[in-house]
Design a protein around this ligand. Structure first.
Ligand SMILES: [Zn+2]
Length: 114
């Protein structure tokens, strides 16, 4: 049976949104405010709030390298963040059609079920 493959290319600086970061920051701010009410805790609480605000200003995106290509099955663009530029082999699931995809030497390979 012929394998479906597509060419993957490495993108050094793909930005990915940090999902859930906002809720986590909100919780940290609440903890910081709570610590301020304890008086002495303000020594910890105030810097905590400041750090969270600095993180918010820096934005909710991380720049990370990723392998990118078209899904061999559904043709949607897929990103694989787990590998580095030197990674030769790995596997993951297409987030759109959920097929198993092997990554091998710069190619995305749709794993055919026997
Ligand atoms: Zn797919």
């Amino acid at each position: 049976m012929k394998k479906l493959t597509s060419v993957a290319r490495y993108n050094e600086s793909r930005s990915i949104a940090n999902e859930g970061q906002g809720a986590w920051n909100g919780l940290l701010i609440l903890i910081g405010i709570g610590l301020c009410f304890t008086g002495i805790g303000a020594f910890v609480g105030v810097p905590l709030i400041v750090i969270v605000f600095i993180n918010q200003i820096k934005g909710n995106e991380t720049i990370k390298g990723s392998w990118e290509g078209d899904c061999p099955k559904c043709n949607n663009i897929i990103f694989w963040h787990s590998g580095t530029k030197d990674t030769k082999q790995g596997n993951f699931n297409c987030p759109t059609c959920n097929v198993d995809i092997d990554f091998y030497e710069n190619k995305f390979i749709h794993r055919n079920k026997a």
